[in-house]
Unconditional design. Structure first.
Length: 339
């Protein structure tokens, strides 16, 4: 399936072999062609509603301001910088993200004041997705997930010793000589599934639920993390039974999406229910119900300030599964009418 989902259109070559070469990496790190994003505690730096990318050559709003440039290079020299990849279209420009999170609130505010650039600010990643195109969203979600992993791997899980970043921030190694365990970025696989049911007569229905973790009246597909020692199909079957008391068959893969909140990979399926008798896990779900494609067409959008059921966020794979299922139902109905 051609994946047009948000976070799925990575424009960079991750250069996973080249980034192991310290000399090459150092050369890119100091090259005036290299691009740097700035991250602080879940937020990226923006200038006039556009993602701010610093390079020695040109940076939005900073072209001729040597003083400002030094403020950027100073933080680059004193903060963790992670290599993201190269842009094949432009002379192998390297892209990096600089993590300013070790700076406290007063320090970061002072740095912004010192920059003296109007309308430069940090914006929460999730709230800024609408300001990004798909490629930018993919790069920043990758950067955010990597930084999240690095911050959770500062100490070795085996001996408790400190770890040190390697390969441009894609590997960490325990500095305890008697341990030296290597740590690699983690991604948590999660299954997300649309459960459909075809009654003896009448249109097919799908199961959507209000989750406690989302605002009231937002109906989305079921989802859950994959357990150790479990296949994806087993995870789908188990999660649907645990959350809704429904047995399913024909687990069919549809699409996947990295989900950097904080570091999941959502793997999407459509599966068929054996019955419609729900038994909800109340700790997870506020409510659940079966809906036809026609009913879903009447739902409001996420964020609409109106009373009534709403669909999940447009950028989510849950929404892709719902839209795809509705499309299939409506085209099946059209085929029936034309026969
Ligand atoms: Zn260790």
């Amino acid at each position: 399936m051609d994946n047009s989902l948000t976070f799925c259109q990575m424009p960079l070559d991750r250069a996973s072999t080249l980034r192991k070469n310290g000399l090459w990496l150092q050369d890119k790190r100091t090259s005036e062609d290299s691009h740097f994003y700035f991250f602080w505690r879940g937020k990226f730096l923006y200038f006039e509603q556009e993602i701010c990318i610093f390079s020695q050559k040109s940076t939005v709003g900073l072209n001729d301001n040597i003083f400002n440039k030094k403020l950027f290079t100073d933080v680059l020299d004193n903060s963790p910088v992670t290599f993201l990849g190269t842009n094949n279209n432009h002379n192998e420009e390297a892209h990096f993200v600089c993590n300013l999170s070790p700076m406290n609130e007063i320090e970061i505010k002072q740095w912004l004041v010192n920059l003296a650039i109007e309308d430069i600010k940090f914006i929460d990643f999730r709230r800024s997705i609408s300001l990004l195109n798909h490629q930018q969203a993919a790069v920043l979600s990758y950067a955010k997930a990597l930084i999240h992993w690095q911050q959770s791997a500062l100490f070795c899980g085996c001996c408790g010793g400190k770890t040190q970043a390697m390969d441009g921030g894609h590997r960490r190694i325990c500095v305890n000589e008697s341990c030296q365990k290597q740590h690699f970025p983690r991604t948590d696989p999660a299954v997300i599934m649309l459960v459909e049911y075809q009654p003896q007569s009448g249109p097919a229905v799908c199961l959507l639920a209000e989750h406690h973790r989302t605002p009231e009246q937002v109906f989305s597909t079921l989802a859950g993390f994959v357990d150790p020692g479990e296949s994806l199909e087993e995870a789908v079957t188990r999660e649907v039974f645990e959350e809704a008391g429904i047995e399913v068959s024909n687990v069919c893969y549809i699409d996947s999406q990295p989900w950097p909140f904080p570091n999941s990979l959502m793997i999407g399926f459509i599966t068929q229910a054996q019955s419609m008798n729900l038994c909800l896990e109340e700790a997870e779900l506020r409510s659940a119900g079966w809906f036809t494609a026609q009913q879903l067409a009447e739902f409001n959008e996420w964020g609409d300030e109106v009373d009534g059921p709403k669909l999940p966020r447009k950028e989510s794979i849950s929404r892709l599964l719902i839209d795809l299922w509705c499309e299939r139902q409506l085209s099946a109905t059209a085929d029936l009418i034309s026969e």
